[in-house]
Design a protein. Structure first.
Length: 377
């Protein structure tokens, strides 16, 4: 205990005296990784100590919140995570070593509680993606074992829209919608937000994305949205046999891209309502045989690409390792068109804008864009 306190004091002093601008970017990247791992290990140790103190009546939740600089709700969540982690050996060890954070451990133990055996795979996900990717996979694991009709009933029961006036007199709010309704709405909202940002950029009046999203929200609710925002765009993935049967069996797919599993009845209702349905028949013509020698991606091929990895079909995600962005993706030709690359399924990968720029620069350095005068994407 004495040694640990001394090391903690020494680390605090060293961290306080660290002057980042005296070091190179590469050096700062290394120390940032080391300190982040140390911070995760220290946070886990502090949480274990706090849990023991509370158990021995040497402190309470309010004391944990004050000590950690968090809210009582966050303190309770931390104590709950530490308690659950004791039943998950691998996660507990990863916490102690600073490999995962308390927030990551919370997602993992929650999934393990509902799906025993999920821990190992989720630790691998945590090591290769960000928090968003881990949350997505944890949610997929947890919802995947639930009865779809029961899950749909719960979602219907808990749907809500709440609004209030904030401290500046602005109208604020939040909503919780079922996947089939929510995905359609946010896709329209994102489309209108992007349109307004393009207009603002041309006029030299670009603001933060949230501000443009607020304007888009007002336009859509007023029925003034344009282009793609004027129609709902939601993509269902449903195994053909499950659709015909009316219920899924085994590992058959039936979900909304961007949300999660839904009952087959929801897909049938969408079709019966004359919805525009995008479909890929896996036992029909192979999508990857569609070829195009220009840059334009045919509609059918774009639909297949947007479905994501073939084994899950749960939506596209940036192809760069450790990047889990799902919004604002661009389609990159692995072998550039300027180098003779063909527009086909196996030569297109989704990349977020920063990673697409980086990949383009790599291609340019490698001499693969010698015949392309258009510059970066």
């Amino acid at each position: 205990m004495t040694r640990l306190r001394a090391v903690a004091a020494e680390l605090r002093a060293a961290a306080a005296g660290f002057e980042a601008d005296r070091w190179s970017g590469a050096d700062c990247a290394v120390i940032a990784e080391e300190l982040s791992a140390a911070a995760k290990a220290c946070s886990a140790a502090a949480a274990r100590a706090a849990a023991r103190a509370v158990a021995c009546n040497a402190g309470d939740v309010e004391w944990v919140a004050r000590t950690s600089g968090t809210t009582p709700g966050e303190a309770r969540a931390t104590l709950s995570t530490i308690a659950a982690a004791t039943e998950c050996r691998a996660t507990n060890e990863a916490l102690a070593a600073g490999v995962v954070s308390l927030a990551q451990a919370r997602e993992i133990v929650a999934a393990e509680a509902g799906v025993p055996g999920a821990e190992t795979a989720l630790l691998e996900v945590a090591a290769t993606t960000g928090m968003a990717g881990l949350r997505t996979e944890s949610r997929r694991v947890r919802l995947g074992v639930m009865d779809r009709d029961e899950l749909h009933a719960v979602r219907r029961r808990l749907r809500s829209v709440q609004h209030w006036v904030d401290e500046l007199g602005k109208i604020a709010g939040r909503f919780r919608l079922t996947p089939e309704a929510g995905v359609a709405f946010v896709n329209r909202l994102d489309a209108e937000t992007d349109r307004l940002r393009r207009v603002a950029r041309r006029g030299g009046k670009v603001e933060v994305r949230d501000a443009h999203a607020a304007d888009a929200f007002v336009k859509i609710t007023a029925g003034a949205g344009k282009g793609k925002s004027a129609r709902a765009d939601v993509v269902f993935v449903c195994s053909l046999d499950a659709y015909r049967r009316g219920v899924t069996e085994g590992d058959e797919l039936c979900h909304v891209i961007g949300a999660g599993p839904v009952p087959v009845s929801v897909v049938r209702d969408a079709v019966a309502g004359d919805a525009f349905v995008k479909a890929v028949v896996t036992d029909g013509v192979r999508i990857d045989t569609v070829k195009h020698f220009g840059r334009r991606i045919p509609a059918e091929l774009r639909t297949a690409l947007e479905l994501g990895a073939a084994e899950r079909l749960d939506g596209a995600v940036c192809a760069e390792e450790s990047c889990d962005r799902r919004y604002g993706l661009e389609w990159d030709h692995v072998d550039p068109v300027a180098n003779g690359g063909i527009t086909r399924y196996d030569n297109l990968k989704p990349r977020c804008k920063p990673d697409h720029w980086t990949k383009t620069e790599r291609d340019r350095t490698a001499g693969l864009l010698a015949h392309d005068e258009r510059g970066p994407p």
